[in-house]
Design a protein around this ligand. Sequence first.
Ligand SMILES: [Zn+2]
Length: 403
Amino acid sequence: MLITDVRPWGGEPCDIEIKDGVIAAITPHDPARTVTGDTVAGRGRLALPSFSDVHCHLDSTRIGLPFRPHTGKPGVWGMTMNDRAHWREDEWTVAQRATYTLGRMIERGTTRVRSYAQIDADCGLERFEGVLAAKEAHAGRCEVEIMAFPQAGLFKEKGVPELMDQALASGAAVVGGIDPCTLDRDPVRHLDVVFGLAERHRAPIDIHLHEPGALGVFSVDLILERVRALGMAGQVTLSHAYELGTVDEATTRRLTEEFAELDIAMATIAPAQQQHALPLAGLTAAGVRVGLGEDGQRDFWSPYGNGDMLDRTWQLAFTNRYRADELIEHCVAVATRGGHSILQGGPERLTSVADRPGVFVGDAGDLLLVEGETVASAVMDRSDDRTVLHAGRVVADGLELVG
Ligand SMILES: [Zn+2]
């Protein structure tokens, strides 16, 4: 497979050869080259690593369905109950909705996903099975890690840890946890169950943390204690954690250092209150893996999220108030290679805001070709002229799935 006339990270025009799903050679573009076999015409577009969405909820998406007015009540419990009251009324099944949205994500340049699947006393494994069906429908186009996620807590209702265990035995690859203090109001027991499931299933952990300031730090310290005791460095991601920058400076410095030391990864969704979070560039400079996700996608929680990670990359730059090209490009690095480094078997972490990995010999043949003068301008313009490759094969072209 040969991709002709593309500009890796906006550099000089090149031809990229892919063998066995991996970039085998990158050479200056030669218009006179005789080509045999599969080719993709780059037409001078940018070549970037494809996106990795490390935090989406495919089990709750309503993309493709009629827009519905927002009826959510404030707070995690209010929103969870709003979702519970309505999700069965959806015009499509969970499998249909998740499959449609995942296809849309692939068409726009995402080839790796960590999706939450809600597990609770109301839905049992029904939503998990819907996400599993979407994963199977798009196998060969996208890698999907499913997280068993106790959205309504582990102990507020009966039987949830057992359902989590069943999901993990049936294809869920990641153990989720959520707000150990504010939701279950029993942080030690909550985290002991989460880490116990992770040990039993040899699965990584992803904790959804909305808790404010000092309370969030308290939960994080309980998590760090368990990572140390169980030797689980490199196995834990914190999602959201968007209030950890609101405590005193010494604490935020300590947390950043401990995250780097224990290789705790961070998944951001580029929230409006980005200034309350640990600073993105500071995390990267310390060696903390950071990835980007869309969170909900036009669902009962929020009307935001459209399946386009290039849009969410713009949002990451915007909420960080970035203007310099280097920092906007760093957002692309986070949304692509940064997220990939969080998923199982992913590459090394980014090393600095100037790091531009993912389009070199030996890298995965997972690429997004997109029209743009420079990488920063591509984030601002977000062209529809895109071609998406997964494992060296074209899986989408012109915002349509291929094959
Ligand atoms: Zn979420």
